[in-house]
Write a protein that binds this ligand. Structure first.
Ligand SMILES: Cc1cc2nc3c(=O)[nH]c(=O)nc-3n(C[C@H](O)[C@H](O)[C@H](O)COP(=O)(O)OP(=O)(O)OC[C@H]3O[C@@H](n4cnc5c(N)ncnc54)[C@H](O)[C@@H]3O)c2cc1C
Length: 379
């Protein structure tokens, strides 16, 4: 693979860089996981959309600019480089949209994608439940067929829904066949959170942000066109798109290269008496971020040549989540006691600690790598 930009890619990069430099909020917005911060982030998302930058790789008819996968990576790199705001639309555009493109009907795509791109509908992910985290197939929330009304009645509870307290819609798995084997009787539903019978109860995180929510469903009616994919095939739809969450789209390398560059800057501005062991950690962290970048370029090449990365996204997830903890730990060591004060590094560290948990815990990813990539025997 030629790692330098082609003339068209260089022009794309220059255009993205110029727009982001001119328009990114300065000073940075408050956290998008607070009520005030979220509203400001939505304004930013709408600005991105108006300028054609909210979903660069999507078809034009849905608000994209049909950028290639490589251009998408370039945009991500420039986005983080500019220090632009976190994407509060990410669960929609990065997690639900790939499923909609693959499994949605034309009607669903036309109805949902443009509103998602324009940050009019804001989506959260409703998979986890109090008794179903790693063991996701233990889901108890159910959907009962309402034949007369032509739809479904949802009941149960979802938890840990990121920014659920502020979003307008939820995509989630519900049990539609209680008799079927656990993975088979689930269906993927698209639910407006203002539907009658939905109660959203936000709760705070340890870091003070307040966007998490429990979402309760009490006989919530949704019509048939709220089903994504086939009835009872929700597991298949969900698993086919977990690669988006673990791999490229949710956590592109631009994010970690930017953190690594900030770390190098921090180290080099702290004077000459840097502990050699700490200096070594900085260099190792920077190299690991570059390695992740190169690894994803190889994945992109595979994808462009028609090879599905499949379960390899579990490797990405293990790598980026542990890299993020490592980069932030090194930064806090560099900062010494001052690192414990509230600031970007200490907040970043607190969030990095969640990386090995969300998007499927790292213990589960290691089992996937062992069994499905390395072919080791199952327990
Ligand atoms: C910041 C953050 C955001 C999140 N956002 C969302 C969201 O938007 N929507 C959503 O649906 N969920 C969300 N989650 C929930 C997340 O998906 C779950 O926390 C995760 O799947 C783990 O489930 P659990 O918390 O129930 O832990 P458990 O499944 O109870 O696991 C507890 C521990 O046991 C280990 N363990 C469990 N089973 C096994 C096994 N078979 N082998 C080896 N070890 C095992 C786990 O690795 C973990 O260390 C979020 C979580 C976090 C931290």
């Amino acid at each position: 693979m030629d790692l330098s930009d082609s003339p068209a890619e260089a022009a794309f990069r220059a255009e993205a860089r110029a727009w982001l430099t001119a328009n990114r909020p300065d000073p940075p917005l408050p956290s998008g996981d607070t009520a005030t911060g979220f509203a400001l982030h939505v304004e930013w998302e709408r600005m991105l959309f108006d300028a054609g930058w909210s979903v660069v790789s999507w078809p034009r008819r849905y608000g994209g600019r049909e950028a290639s996968l490589v251009e998408w990576l370039i945009f991500e790199e420039e986005y983080y480089r500019a220090g632009a705001p976190q994407r509060v639309t990410q669960n929609g555009i990065f997690l639900l949209a790939p499923a909609l493109f693959r499994f949605g009907t034309a009607e669903q795509q036309n109805r949902l994608l443009p509103r998602m791109a324009a940050a009019q509908d804001l989506w959260c992910q409703g998979w986890s439940e109090p008794e179903a985290g790693s063991d996701l197939a233990a889901i108890r929330s159910r959907a009962l067929r309402d034949e007369r009304a032509g739809g479904w009645l949802l009941s149960g509870q979802k938890t840990w829904t990121t920014r659920g307290a502020f979003c307008t819609h939820l995509f989630g798995l519900f049990r539609t066949d209680a008799q079927a084997p656990r993975h088979r009787g689930l269906t993927y539903f698209l639910v407006p959170l203002d539907a009658e019978g939905v109660t959203v109860r936000g709760f705070g995180r340890l870091d003070g942000d307040e966007g998490f929510a429990d979402v309760f469903f009490d006989d919530v009616f949704v019509p048939d066109d709220a089903v994504l994919g086939e009835v009872d095939q929700g597991w298949h739809v969900a698993m086919a798109t977990t690669g988006s969450e673990r791999g490229l789209t949710l956590r592109s390398p631009g994010r970690f290269r930017h953190t690594a560059r900030r770390l190098v800057h921090l180290a080099t501005t702290r004077g000459d008496d840097l502990d050699p062991l700490l200096a070594d950690e900085v260099v190792q962290g920077w190299m690991a971020a570059e390695a992740y970048h190169l690894f994803t370029l190889r994945q992109v090449t595979d994808m462009l040549e028609g090879r599905d990365p499949g379960q390899a996204s579990s490797l990405n997830k293990l790598f980026w989540s542990e890299l993020d903890v490592r980069l932030h730990t090194t930064a806090l060591e560099l900062l010494g006691p001052a690192g414990e004060l509230d600031g970007p590094w200490s907040r970043g560290f607190q969030f990095a600690l969640a990386g090995p948990i969300y998007a499927g815990t790292n213990e589960i990813q290691r089992t996937i790598v062992a069994e499905r990539l390395l072919g080791l025997p199952r327990k």
